[in-house]
Design a protein around this ligand. Sequence first.
Ligand SMILES: Cc1ncc(COP(=O)(O)O)c(C=O)c1O
Length: 368
Amino acid sequence: MKKISTRAQNIEMSGIRKFFQAAKPDSINMTLGQPDFDTPSHIKNAAIQAIQEGKTGYTFNAGLPELREALSVKFKSENNLSYNPDEIIVTAGAGEALFIAIQSLVDNGDRVLLTDPGFVSYEACVRLAGGISDFIPLKKDLHIDQEALKEKLNGARLLILNSPCNPTGAVESPESIKALVESAMDAGVTVLSDEVYEHIIYDSVHASAGTFGDDVLTVNAASKTYAMTGWRLGCIAGPSEYMEQCLKVHQYCQTCATSISQYAGLAAYTGDQSCVKMMRDEYQARRDILTSGFTEIGVSFPVPQGAFYAFVPLGIDKTKQIMDAGVIVVPGDAFGPSGKEYARFSYATSRENIRAAIELMKPVFEDE
Ligand SMILES: Cc1ncc(COP(=O)(O)O)c(C=O)c1O
């Protein structure tokens, strides 16, 4: 028997990959949370150029100065957030940003407020830091229950917000984000705001939590915005007292983000942004095909306003039946206990695949 730390034993592999890997070759796979677009060519070319120019060594731990400068400009112009370059750390994706923030802020026994359902990494990162996750079930419309959350704020260390949300596709209104952040600030609770889907948003507007309070950290990434999941490029920004600590954790686990990806990121953030709109428009068209397909088969659910997920209240039996019919989705309990009556459909797949999935599902819902 090999000896394993309790820390590692206490976490489990994400439930999402399990379903992705289980998909048969002829099934329609709607499990994965990543853009199906190729990274835009001007971004790829910047990486190729960096390799050819020999920009292949370590960068500063916090990232290339010019990339941090570009991110500072992005935060100001797109999010109305004032972060100096030295308040920004470039990370290996949003995943590392979340990890180092939670390691740096959460102590043994600290309580962290999370929505249920929510993105799977939060709970695992809190557990690895010795913290205790305190889940707040979402309302029926899949939005955050302000009253339930306010009741839990006292004594909590951290509140993690994620709008647009994975897995629900819900977007909290600016008024809702403002009220949540102000209540957190009044109660002395730090907010960690995961905004990786900020540009994949349809009939709503994105509000950055950091515009409503000082004790806020912002996580973002090139992953979803620029179809760069495999490049592993993200960032964290926040008050310098926190960033100094995050930098230490980052240094010992990652040293720096990949130099080549950072040059690609520089081209992404400073270059032509029309690719972002093109992808957003395509996701919207796919969302519309999926939602009208569900209307046709008699299933209703809150229309997702952002990200590329629909969280559909199918129930456990119907979820199994659609999977047997060849549509592979992630059962909602992979995202928290309150998700168990739901299934997450990722529509980061072609229009043809979405139409084919609807056709495969039709017989499951006939004669109801
Ligand atoms: C809400 C959310 N945050 C963070 C991440 C991680 O992003 P990255 O690939 O940049 O690590 C994901 C990935 O699916 C996500 O859905």
